[in-house]
Design a protein around this ligand. Structure first.
Ligand code: NAD
Ligand code: DAU
Length: 352
């Protein structure tokens, strides 16, 4: 059954906006997208500039809070929503340490509301795809990989709220027979990422000659995936993934934070030249560790590879160069998303 009216929640955020670009320009999707976004500090309509003009009959924006069930029900009815791809969330771990409440409301109650709306339109409903994170599995030691069967052990308010939403989605599949799929992905990077996350933050600070805060000893490991590869994987799961199943998505690209930070410094030195203060590595500053900081994430995505023939295409070397160039070339975008109040809290918290 073809999806006609797809609700994308959080479509003005980092991954959601990349997904909408990708769906229109790189897939066989022929339906309409109804982008439902509250436009929090992380939601930026600039990320979708030109989309309304390019796809006047196929793109609709609704500013709405997923915590408002009545409004969500209304959007479901008005647009005859037959599928949901659910990105909307509070997504930043440090913010969840400062202010967990927003994470509980949006990530848990918001997901519950969407599930309720989907359940009441069950007759016509094709799929609820829920976007989640590898952080629900907790932290790994030196060895091992997260599999779909790894028990959940979330360590931050962010990951605990995401874990809770995953359980709700799964439960609606089991209890009410709602057609659901879930994907748990590793760290994304690429264009349109809000510059509070490691790669854009370090890129912009290094460009401007500011300190580069590295938490703890800098040896925490994340698995990195270029955002367009994530979008491809999501569409593959939505099209052909088995209903009721969870799929891990990863980049096969484990890296220590410090290695990434050094790499960004070296690439910027190469592109823009070394200034009078010397190589940018000199800006690296080790700061207080993040409370409850997970040591290592690594993903086993064999299930996605073997069932849906998906593998990441972008290498980290080329993806990081593309990303750095994007931030250098889009200074107006950068200026518009910078948030001073939050930056000063980060300075207090981490002593930078
Ligand atoms: P983001 O913070 O860039 O964007 C979140 C979007 O959700 C924003 O547009 C925001 O306005 C919107 N939003 C927030 N609260 C809302 C609400 N109450 N109602 C409606 N809209 C609301 O996040 P992202 O990095 O693009 O992540 C998207 C999803 O992917 C999240 O669910 C996140 O948990 C998951 N994820 C992210 C990564 C990553 O590396 N960024 C990795 C794995 C999974
Ligand atoms: O693993 C998937 C998750 O990746 C997603 O679910 C989250 O939404 C996304 O924010 C991301 O979480 P992380 O906490 O891993 O990403 P972040 O960019 O905040 O940090 C990456 C690593 O870098 C982490 O070990 C903390 C460290 N770090 C981060 C910042 C912002 C620093 O050392 N210095 C920094 O200034």
């Amino acid at each position: 059954m073809e999806i006609k009216n797809l609700m994308v929640t959080g479509g003005c955020g980092f991954i959601g906006s990349n997904f909408i670009h990708c769906l229109f320009s790189q897939t066989d999707f022929t339906g309409r997208i109804i982008n439902v976004d509250k436009l929090t500090y992380a939601g930026n309509p600039d990320n979708l500039k030109g989309i309304e003009k390019d796809y006047p009959d196929r793109y609709i924006f609704e500013r709405a809070d997923i915590c408002d069930l009545e409004l969500i029900e209304n959007i479901f009815s008005r647009y005859r929503i037959d599928a949901v791809c659910h990105f909307a969330a509070e997504s930043h771990v440090d913010r969840s340490i400062k202010n967990p409440g927003a994470f509980i409301y949006t990530n848990i109650i918001g997901t519950f509301n969407l599930l309720e709306a989907a359940r009441s339109h069950a007759g016509d409903f094709i799929l609820f795809h829920h976007i989640s994170t590898d952080e629900v599995y907790g932290s790994l030691g030196k060895e091992g990989l997260f599999k779909e069967t790894t028990p959940y052990r979330p360590n931050s308010p962010y990951s605990a709220a995401k874990a809770s939403s995953d359980h709700l989605v799964r439960a609606y599949g089991k209890t009410y027979g709602l057609p659901v799929t879930i994907s748990n992905c590793s760290n994304n990077y690429g264009p349109y990422q809000f510059p509070e996350k490691l790669i854009p933050l370090i890129t912009l600070n290094a460009k401007d000659g500011k300190k580069l805060p590295v938490y703890g000893d800098g040896r925490n490991v994340r698995d990195w995936l270029y955002v367009e590869d994530h979008c491809d994987a999501i569409w593959a799961i939505m099209r052909s993934g088995r209903r009721g199943e969870t799929y891990n998505i990863g980049g096969n690209m484990e890296m220590e934070n410090i290695v990434i930070v050094e790499m960004v410094c070296d690439i910027l030195d190469e592109i823009t030249g070394i200034g009078k203060n010397g190589p940018r590595r000199g800006l690296i500053t080790f700061v207080k560790d993040r409370p409850g900081h997970d040591r290592r994430y690594a993903i086993d995505f064999t299930k996605l590879q073997s069932e849906l023939n998906w593998s990441p295409e972008e290498s980290f070397e080329s993806g990081i160069r593309k990303t750095i160039s994007w931030y250098l070339e889009n200074s107006e975008w950068v200026q518009r998303v910078r948030n001073n109040e939050y930056q000063s809290w980060i300075s207090e918290q981490y002593g930078t």
